[in-house]
Design a binder for this molecule. Structure first.
Ligand SMILES: [Zn+2]
Length: 262
């Protein structure tokens, strides 16, 4: 199901002097925390799926998980630094091929997408397998995503070249959430905390929607004007709330599996 990217170029040493070492270290810890909590919540998929983040201060490099490791095994230092040409600049191993092809092109083509999280998390993916709009505006949690989703109807098999990533990047527009039909989801954000917060609540919104649909009864949508108003209310505090959400996760993990920070 997953493919490793072809033989990497000889790893170059990343000169720390070029980077804000504290910012990069913090980004590694934050991203590792997301992998660990995603695994705990069942949002992972074996050794597939990927979270990436543009290296602070270096728009030509991104952090991503190495192929062959489960989310629950990721630590801050195990994350790779890659460039947009397929070279591993720091770290041991290579990214999964689709991780490189999709994420590199999304970061490159959409500079606002500093973080890009791709999963096959079961509830959101189940909705991506249905005809028609995946998420409906019937639950409050869903309204966080009102007007922010894009549905990519063009499933094209595994993304093993740049075209799939380019197509996704081109279609994203202003959306932060891409439902990839027949496949999974991609969440993009300006920060790791915001991408995490969206990923988490997207799966929760999808979960309750599935439960409601499973009753066989008709869902009661929130009227568009009220949905838009509620969305605006929710988005007002979203950035702070996302930061607090990630802080909470890091506190829990530092008590219960502190090795994620290594
Ligand atoms: Zn995938």
């Amino acid at each position: 199901m997953a493919h490793a990217l072809g033989a990497p170029a000889a790893p170059a040493i990343l000169r720390n002097a070029e980077l804000d070492a504290d910012a990069v270290r913090q980004a590694r810890i934050d991203l590792a925390a997301c992998f660990r909590m995603a695994a705990r919540l069942g949002l992972h998929e074996g050794i597939c799926n990927h979270f990436s983040f543009v290296v602070p201060g270096r728009d030509d490099l991104f952090l991503v998980n190495p192929y062959g490791w489960a989310f629950s095994e990721i630590t801050a230092s195990r994350l790779l630094v890659c460039d947009f040409h397929g070279n591993v600049i720091a770290g041991e191993g290579v990214p999964e091929a689709t991780a490189f092809f999709i994420h590199a092109r999304v970061h490159l083509n959409k500079p606002r997408a500093k973080a890009a999280f791709h999963t096959h998390m079961p509830n959101a993916t189940a909705l991506a397998m249905l005809e028609g709009p995946p998420l409906v505006w019937a639950g409050q949690s869903a309204l966080k995503f009102y007007g922010r989703t894009l549905v990519d109807e063009e499933y094209g098999g595994l993304a093993l070249d740049e075209k799939e990533g380019d197509r996704i990047a081109a279609s994203i527009g202003d959306a932060d959430i891409v439902f990839m039909k027949n496949h999974g989801v991609m969440v993009v954000g300006g920060s790791i905390a915001e991408a995490w917060d969206d990923l988490y609540y997207l799966e929760r919104a999808a979960e309750v929607q599935r439960m409601a649909m499973a009753t066989g009864r008709t869902l009661k949508p929130v009227p568009p004007e009220l949905a838009a108003r509620t969305y605006a209310q929710m988005r007002e505090g979203d950035r702070d709330s996302a930061r607090l959400h990630l802080d909470s996760i890091k506190r829990i993990l530092s008590r219960e599996e502190p090795e994620f920070m290594h």
